[in-house]
Design a protein around this ligand. Structure first.
Ligand code: LRH
Length: 494
């Protein structure tokens, strides 16, 4: 059979893809087998993910993998926090909610206050985000659905369940739920109990690299891959997979995993659980090999994507290249926003929300799409600067270089602005960090690559990277400093 060939299914908030990774001595290559849209569905009682469509897309991708000669194993990652519930027969109860659904509004704050923000942080180490799994479950309290639920599966674990019939909870993604004890690396049954949740809902944990079963006969029949083809637990939280593939080879590295979200932070050996860190909104998610992803969620390119969706719906030209060219010519620092303002979270008319934010903060209101995009990109660059500086202070680390990975690495304007805003060099790429991290963890389980440092060295040697040097000119530096001072820290963004 094949050797050193792995299928990585990566589900993102706007699209899913199945990639074929080839790993050999000194080699790491990736090709796309199948890409499919991920379009949320607004049901009358909330915004849902089309998980059957996503599973169908994965099967289609695996069918292409079979045609290309087969694979050694399969791994699945996706966005975090969302889940499906299975009943006593193992059937999925309804369609999983989208984390941008508004049903947790108010509930999250109430639960946090009831359990105590400081206590929650000491146990879970998580940034308070209204959509953390724990708050979604609290919103479902008393529903027939939750009453009938026997098993909770995070989205990638649900896909693995449908591929293999096995049940498990991969730990990098479990660490985003708000029910995981970051100190012990186990589910917090105590927290579950205090929330009135049956701890039996939470499956046994798996670590990245653990076997997760083999393809079911029915899957084999549909895809053409042999039944029993191994499925490997990867770092199933997409951000954790992306961090695996950050091509950092020297100390002083920070990262921004930049796509729909900007996840900006540091890799640490131990969590930072201080009150200061909690107040600054930093999270301690689990990485592979016991590492901690010490980072903060920044609203990210969602702002731009949602603007483009709004313009397209109105017949306003919203091609990315054109918008970025217009933004590059637009007036610098006309207005800057806090990208993490809560009004930007839910889907909607983003250009108008940005204009309203500028109006409210007494700044010029951006008119043209180019001006709006300029405002979004400068605001994100400033958020990257602010977050990485604060991460360095709170963790007692010096940040000397920023690795910007994910789709955002294609956005030259954003990369350049991030370098200039932070006054640090930016290494951009790989764009497909998440899929590469997924492949590398499978390759390691197969004995083909070594430790984290050697995986990163392999990425650095084999993947195209772009280097951005910050402008040295004092006037340019001063302009970014002045812009930074204009963004008022919000309670969520101190
Ligand atoms: C990025 C991501 C992020 C989570 C969010 C829900 O795709 O996984 O790390 O906070 O989606």
């Amino acid at each position: 059979g094949p050797h050193g060939v792995f299928a990585a299914a990566d589900l993102g908030a706007t699209s899913g893809r199945v990639m074929l990774g080839r790993v050999g001595s000194g080699r790491l290559g990736l090709t796309e087998l199948h890409r499919f849209p991920n379009t949320p569905v607004p049901l009358p009682d909330g915004l849902r993910w089309d998980v059957l469509g996503l599973f169908g897309g994965i099967l289609e991708g695996l069918r292409a993998a079979a045609r290309s000669g087969g694979v050694d194993s399969v791994g699945v990652d996706s966005w975090a926090v969302d889940y499906g519930l299975l009943d006593a027969d193992g059937a999925l109860l309804g369609s999983p909610y989208h984390y941008r659904d508004r049903r947790t509004e108010g509930v999250a704050e109430a639960v946090r206050d009831r359990l105590g923000a400081a206590e929650l942080y000491r146990v879970t180490g998580l940034q308070h985000l209204p959509f953390n799994t724990v708050f979604q479950l609290a919103s479902a309290a008393g529903t027939a659905q939750l009453g009938a639920a026997r098993t909770l599966l995070m989205i990638p674990d649900l896909m693995v369940h449908w591929l293999t019939g096995t049940v498990g909870a991969e730990e990098t993604n479990a660490s985003t739920t708000g029910l995981f004890d970051t100190r012990s690396g186990a589910w917090s049954e105590e927290l579950a109990a205090r929330l009135g949740l049956d701890p039996g809902l939470l499956p046994a944990l798996r670590s990245p690299g653990d076997p997760a079963g083999g393809l079911l006969p029915r899957v084999a029949e549909f895809t053409g891959l042999p039944a029993g083809t191994p499925v490997t637990a990867v770092a199933s939280h997409d951000t954790a997979s992306a961090v695996v593939a950050v091509p950092a080879t020297a100390p002083g590295a920070a990262y921004v995993s930049c796509g729909t979200w900007s996840l900006a932070g540091l890799e640490l050996d131990a969590p930072v659980l201080t009150e200061e860190s909690r107040a600054a909104g930093f999270t301690n998610e689990r990485g592979i090999d016991g590492t901690v992803r010490y980072l903060r969620n920044i609203m990210g390119l969602w702002l731009l994507e949602e603007c483009r969706r709004t313009w397209t719906a109105r017949g306003v030209p919203a091609g990315l290249d054109g918008l970025l060219a217009d933004a590059a010519r637009a007036e610098p620092f006309a207005s800057v926003v806090d990208p993490d303002a809560p009004e930007f979270l839910a889907p909607g008319d983003m250009p108008e929300r940005i204009r309203a934010h500028c109006r409210r903060t007494g700044q010029p209101v951006p008119g043209s799409p180019g001006a709006v995009v300029r405002c979004v990109l400068e605001s994100l660059a400033l958020a990257h600067r602010r977050t990485l500086r604060r991460a360095g202070e709170l963790a007692g680390r010096e940040v000397r270089r920023i690795h910007l990975v994910g789709g955002g690495a294609r956005n030259e304007l954003l990369c350049r602005m991030t370098a200039d805003a932070a006054g640090l060099p930016v290494v951009a790429g790989p764009v497909e960090a998440t899929a590469l991290g997924n492949v590398l963890v499978q390759a390691r389980a197969a004995g083909l690559v070594g430790d984290l440092a050697s995986m990163r060295a392999l990425v650095a040697r084999t993947q195209p990277l772009r280097h951005y040097v910050p402008q040295n000119d004092p006037a340019a530096r001063a302009a970014w400093d002045a812009a930074a001072a204009r963004v008022e820290p919000s309670p969520r963004n101190p």
